[in-house]
Design a protein around this ligand. Structure first.
Ligand code: MG
Length: 453
């Protein structure tokens, strides 16, 4: 099931040279007919041996174009020599086809080995195909396309998300990649709803530099930009942990409880002290829970019933469950709220703190081990271990400072509408208000999400 993720990346993490056609049909090859990226390839080579040519077919898509071109290539005549197919990429963007084919001469089987003759012969073939299909067909030398050159470093996926994605975010990302000596191998659209997102496959740029450069593009343009290494680690994620307050649900449960206890201002002061580093999370949690002393337990039900899920929360969970993910929540909040929520959403696991209750009222104390910042990371590790899933195959999503350990321990930590200092420390950040945008960070397309529902 997971093999549907990132269809353009082969399992060994090598760059896709002849990637399959994206179902969304929006992959655009950059050394082909659509030169969006001005950067030269990092390792240009001029392979010795038989000449190679790039044939580019473009125009309004219609049935049979690809078949017509390959039939012509497959039927050598005196006019055009036998060839081997070295590389193929085809995309359709809003009904416009771009098909790029690199072919090499087979000198042992034909008379033509001279590049000029080879290109001229293919030029005649191109004219025939153009006349038969009404498409534009161009032929150029592919001698310096660097097809055999190994890319420097491992390729990365760069994911741009926004609503909308401003053109300057794409321009900024492309310039940043070029400035680092990298190359954009492909671009495909992942989704048009609820956010627009594009996945760029980038080679030849170093990860840390790429992240730093793209982070500044993101903050300048308001788009979200995530960077992930291409390969198995990205495609094998199997478990996700969500923070609850201000991540899975809107707002903070403790603030709601404090308001009902008439202690909202006091609790807000303690929260602020914790934010300023005057109290650690465990101290501030105990102080805030103490302010709830005497609150009738029925208030917990009221607050739970009034919870509002973050938009996209159900889509995210339903999709990931269909894709075989283990899904759960780890919260610094309270089991009296989170356990029923987990059951309602069909989650696999949940961890939180338990409010102590006596005679139908909160005592102001907690029962058992506190789930604080390190406790959240421990809970993630425990659940991953229970399901036999290595930590590098886990995803964590959270918004607060007490999520930082959990975000760091996970294979992919996503800061969700978080404060800047949380955003800066997480692997990646999402600032769209839709939780299902996490699916695009994981590389799933909108079509795949719809298929999974
Ligand atoms: Mg939170």
């Amino acid at each position: 099931m997971l093999s549907r993720d990132a269809p353009s990346a082969p399992a060994d993490g090598a760059p896709s040279r002849a990637g399959p056609v994206s179902r969304m049909g929006t992959a655009v090859r950059h050394d082909g007919a659509v030169p969006l990226d001005p950067a030269p390839r990092t390792t240009p080579t001029a392979p010795a041996g038989p000449p190679r040519a790039l044939i580019t077919v473009s125009g309004a898509d219609r049935p049979g174009v690809t078949a017509r071109l390959f039939s012509a290539l497959a039927a050598p005549t005196a006019a055009h020599p036998p060839v081997e197919v070295v590389d193929v990429e085809q995309v359709v963007v809003h009904g416009q086809l771009v098909l790029g084919v690199v072919v090499g001469a087979l000198p042992a089987e034909g008379p033509v080995t001279d590049e000029e003759q080879f290109l001229a012969a293919l030029g005649r073939l191109a004219a025939d195909v153009a006349a038969a299909t009404g498409m534009r067909v161009e032929v150029e030398s592919a001698a310096d396309a660097g097809l055999d050159a190994a890319p420097e470093g491992r390729p990365h996926h760069v994911i741009l998300l926004g609503r909308p994605v401003p053109p300057d975010a794409v321009a900024g990302a492309a310039s940043a990649v070029a400035g680092l000596g990298g190359n954009i191998e492909a671009i495909r659209r992942l989704s048009d709803y609820p956010v627009t997102s594009f996945e760029l496959t980038v080679s030849g740029a170093e990860a840390t530099e790429l992240r730093t450069a793209l982070a500044s593009v993101a903050s300048r343009t308001g788009a979200d930009i995530a960077v992930e290494q291409v390969g198995l680690a990205r495609r094998s994620k199997r478990l996700i942990v969500l923070d609850v307050d201000s991540t899975l649900v809107r707002g903070e449960v403790i603030d709601e409880l404090a308001a009902r206890a008439g202690r909202a201002a006091e609790v807000a002061r303690i929260t602020a002290a914790a934010m300023n580093g005057e109290l650690d999370f465990a101290q501030s949690l105990r102080a805030r829970v103490a302010a709830l002393e005497g609150l009738p337990v029925e208030v917990l039900d009221e607050v739970r019933e009034a919870l509002v899920l973050t938009p996209g929360a159900r889509t995210l969970i339903r999709t990931l469950k269909r894709l075989g993910f283990r899904c759960g929540i780890v919260s610094g909040g309270f089991t009296q709220i989170t356990d029923p929520l987990a059951e309602q959403l069909g989650l696999d696991f949940a961890a939180a703190n338990t409010l102590e209750v006596a005679d139908g009222r909160l005592t102001g104390g907690l029962v058992g081990e506190i789930v604080d910042r390190p406790g959240k990371a421990r809970a993630l590790a425990r659940f991953a271990d229970e399901y036999g899933i290595p930590l590098d195959q886990t995803v964590a999503v959270g918004d607060g400072a007490n999520d930082l350990d959990m975000l760091g321990v996970a294979g992919l930590g996503i800061a969700f509408n978080a404060k800047p200092y949380v955003r800066e420390q997480a692997h990646t950040a999402l600032n769209q208000p839709y939780l299902d945008a996490v699916l695009q960070v994981l590389g799933f397309t909108r079509d795949e999400v719809l298929d999974a529902v």
